[in-house]
Ligand binder design. Structure first.
Ligand SMILES: C[S@@+](CC[C@H](N)C(=O)[O-])C[C@H]1O[C@@H](n2cnc3c(N)ncnc32)[C@H](O)[C@@H]1O
Length: 302
């Protein structure tokens, strides 16, 4: 589960220095949720959102929030495990979590009968790069994209895979920085949940555009709504900004139905949807396996 750092002062992660400053100054926007609503719209998802009209438009707000988290305690911000706050993650063990995750994902992809090529992969929202480095054991060239300069800097600093990994700062609400039809594999985990759904919807459509037709595979995770744990039920009724002041991160969800619509509208096909635990126990979360079938002229899309 994700949380934010609270402490201050310098910290050291196995030989590299992390600048610790004050926590995010931007109050993220998420309104209280309608219990019956599948898709958790947020204040910043609507034209009427007063915070959207201020200088901090939704993406800028996300960028500033993560830049701050990346400057403060990047490994903890990526993986908020008990006892790992305040620079307590060791780099080796942190990177090992990426290997474990990606090996399991690639096994699931194969088990679903999908066989992406081994040339190129993208990790969207790469954070400190643990998944980018792990993907480099499966693909020749891996690109990690992130909106936070501080995270990209940490990812580059921790990179042990040389030129097989590259890290790109992308401050746009799209992925124009990556050519269409160029990726054998796109991965994204623990990212889409941290932005308004208007943004996550756009990026999901972009994942499909980037895939090589027929063979390319995308795997991404996004929660649907808070779970029925006590905290999950509280999050459905307590105003989002209040929750996020404590948790330091925005949380948003999209229903599986909506995700499927977005994928199909972009020309993709949802091959499999699995329950997923990456958003922690207080959110219902799903992981999607998506391919991009070759469009047959004259025939409707699958
Ligand atoms: C919780 S971390 C997860 C990092 C990585 N996926 C992992 O699991 O190791 C979320 C990351 O998503 C990035 N992020 C959030 N919104 C983004 C956006 N619109 N574009 C690119 N990266 C984004 C943040 O900067 C942060 O590094």
């Amino acid at each position: 589960m994700m949380a934010g750092p609270g402490a201050r002062g310098p910290a050291r992660h196995m030989g590299y220095r992390v600048h610790r400053e004050r926590g995010p100054s931007v109050a993220p926007s998420q309104r209280s949720h309608d219990l019956e609503k599948e898709e958790l719209t947020t204040l910043s998802d609507t034209q009427d959102d007063p915070t959207s009209r201020q200088a901090g438009a939704p993406l800028d707000q996300v960028r500033r929030q993560w830049n701050e988290l990346g400057r403060t305690d990047p490994l903890w911000a990526v993986l908020t495990e008990r006892g790992k706050k305040d620079g307590a993650w060791g780099v080796d063990e942190f990177l090992a979590t990426g290997v474990e995750e990606i090996d399991a994902v690639m096994a699931d992809v194969a088990a679903a009968g999908l066989a992406p090529g081994s040339g190129s992969a993208l990790d969207f929202g790469c954070g400190a790069g643990r998944l980018v480095q792990a993907l480099a054991s499966h693909f020749d060239q891996v690109t990690g994209v992130d909106v936070a300069r501080s995270m990209v800097a940490t990812a580059a600093e921790l990179n042990r895979k040389g030129t097989a990994c590259r890290f790109v700062l992308n401050e746009r609400p799209d992925l124009q920085v990556i050519p269409s039809d160029s990726m054998d594999f796109v991965y994204c985990c623990r990212v889409l949940q941290h932005m308004p759904t208007r943004l996550s919807s756009g990026y999901i459509a972009e994942f499909v555009r980037l895939l090589k037709p027929d063979t390319g595979v995308a795997v991404f995770q996004i929660p649907s709504k808070p779970s029925t744990t006590l905290l999950g039920r509280l999050m459905r009724v307590v105003p989002g900004p209040l929750v996020e002041r404590v948790r330091k991160m925005q949380m948003h969800g999209l229903s599986p139905e909506r995700v499927t619509q977005i994928v199909q509208a972009a020309g993709g096909e949802v091959v499999k949807v699995d329950a997923d635990e990456s958003a922690g126990p207080h959110w219902l979360s799903f992981r999607y396996l998506v391919r991009r079938p070759v469009a047959v002229p004259g025939e409707p899309r699958p």
